[in-house]
Design a protein. Structure first.
Ligand code: GLC
Length: 479
């Protein structure tokens, strides 16, 4: 039986801020199921204050020990619970993790160094030595550095194979060399490993340390070897290219499910598409928009960050809304410039636009269920989950051909009455192209016959984890 340990900073439903949490909350179970009893999959993450009392009451305390990092001596408690066939471990230390937010603290470097050291120590403390330690994103990068540096001579740790997955290359964990020893407990002999462009770069170190490096779509695996996408790391990725691959994410088919009672006003499937319009009416009522089904509802559900392509939406929105009879719902928060832009847009079109500046998972579900056309014109997108969720809910995606969007959504076309593709796509980073494709989606939507056919195709596209979980198992087996 293969033993696999995921190390990462967040996992649904315990604590999450974005896509990484979705993946760590659903991929481990998918791997467990795909291995049909041949894999023991476990996950370790911090015990943040955000983890609910309900989950805490289901946990058992496994061990308590002291974690040493440089001159620091810190308490560490390991709690665990089993969910979906996967054992989740939670690293408890209130000094580091009893905070209002998961990240964004001045001492994130120290907090995640502690987390990584505690996670690697945990293996010996609980006597679980995985065949594969699979670390995710920069917050888990030091687990690979510590493992390769100090632990390889310790019994149990010698043969652990390692994988590092890049979910977003923009966030690398860059620090000044001043904290090399004092915070990260690294010495002069580690300088070359962690150094990139004159500072400490934790992601770079993990890329070098890992036996395999993966990212969350095949296209992004190519893109991050180029300067345009790599945020400076293309050189090292080209150098390590033989161990790099891309595996497309899936989504949690139980959670993101228009057939799940309680998630939507009226459940539906690709066989009962008209029931989708009851969800649209319900959301229009909830948001105080006119209840018209013949007006297509467009939506954007996204962190309001510039790489999500919001510049393009801002640039085309006023003209598009003036020229087309559509409703537009925006859900998300982030950069204040975008927040105020969308609030302004709602003021300009009070009976057609709603700007919901918040992060709310259950509201997101209701919006996906109500949406006719989903906009996701990202500038870069490692994988992107929203286009898959939108598809599952029968919203027609309009996406830019980049990263995982390129791999998951193919532009619609017709030949001899046969339909191809599962959305509307464009290549250039241009508001004109976005407006043109969105207009084409609106035009198709107005044609009831074609609308039904395309939505049926889209809803049946397989974005479950099945295929990708098998690819991860293949990768583990090849180590
Ligand atoms: C990051 C990426 C996103 C990806 C997710 C899960 O949030 O930005 O594209 O889908 O990680 O891998």
């Amino acid at each position: 039986m293969k033993k696999i340990l995921f190390v990462g900073a967040e996992a649904m439903p315990f604590a999450a801020t974005g896509g990484l949490g979705d993946v760590l909350g659903s991929l481990p179970t998918a791997i467990h199921e795909a291995a049909e009893g041949e894999a023991d999959v476990r996950v370790v993450m911090p015990l943040y204050s955000a983890v609910s009392a309900d989950f805490r009451s289901q946990m058992t305390l496994v061990q308590e020990y002291e974690v040493c990092l440089s001159w620091r001596r810190q308490y560490c408690g390991i709690y665990s619970l089993v969910k979906g066939g996967v054992t989740y471990y939670f690293i408890d230390n209130e000094y580091y993790f009893k905070r209002d937010s998961l990240y964004g603290c001045f001492d994130d470097g120290e907090r995640f160094a502690f987390f990584c050291k505690a996670a690697v120590d945990m293996l010996g403390v609980i006597g679980f030595y995985p065949d594969v330690l699979h670390a995710h994103d920069w917050q888990a990068a030091l687990s690979l550095v510590y493992l390769n540096g100090k632990y390889r001579q310790v019994a149990g740790y010698e043969a652990i194979q390692t994988v590092f997955t890049i979910h977003n290359i923009e966030y690398q964990g860059k620090y000044d060399f001043g904290i090399l020893g004092d915070v990260f407990e690294l010495g002069e002999e580690d300088r070359e490993l962690v150094e990139y462009d004159g500072c400490i770069n934790l992601m770079k170190a993990a890329i070098v340390c890992a036996d395999r490096v993966s990212t969350v779509s095949p296209q992004y695996a190519k893109e991050i070897q180029t300067p345009e996408y790599a945020h400076g790391l293309d050189g090292i990725l080209r150098q390590q290219a033989e161990k790099l691959c891309g595996i497309l994410n899936g989504i949690d088919y139980d959670y993101y499910n228009p057939g799940r009672k309680g998630a939507v006003a009226k459940t539906y499937s690709w066989r009962t598409i008209p029931a989708k319009y009851e969800n649209k009416a319900a959301l229009q009522a909830e948001l105080g928009l006119p209840q018209k089904n013949d007006v297509p509802m467009l939506s954007v559900i996204s962190r309001l960050a510039s790489h999500k392509g919001l510049d393009l939406i801002s640039e085309m929105a006023y003209d598009f809304l003036s020229e087309h009879e559509v409703q537009l719902v925006i859900l998300g928060k982030g950069e204040s410039g975008y927040e105020s832009f969308f609030e302004g847009l709602q003021q300009a079109f009070p009976d057609r636009v709603r700007a919901l500046i918040t992060y709310d998972r259950s509201l997101a579900n209701r919006i996906y269920a109500a949406t006719d056309i989903f906009l996701m014109p990202s500038k870069s997108e490692p994988c992107g989950l929203s286009q898959m969720i939108a598809s599952r809910f029968g919203a027609i995606p309009v996406t830019r051909e980049t990263g995982g969007l390129y791999d998951s959504i193919k532009g619609y076309w017709e030949e001899k009455g046969r339909m191809h593709g599962n959305g509307f796509t464009f290549a250039g980073y241009s508001a004109a192209e976005l407006a043109e494709r969105t207009g084409a989606a609106v035009a198709l939507w107005q044609d009831e016959e074609k609308r039904k056919k395309l939505i049926g195709r889209i809803m049946r596209t397989d974005f479950s984890w099945k295929t990708s979980a098998l690819k991860y198992l293949e990768m583990y087996a090849s180590l």
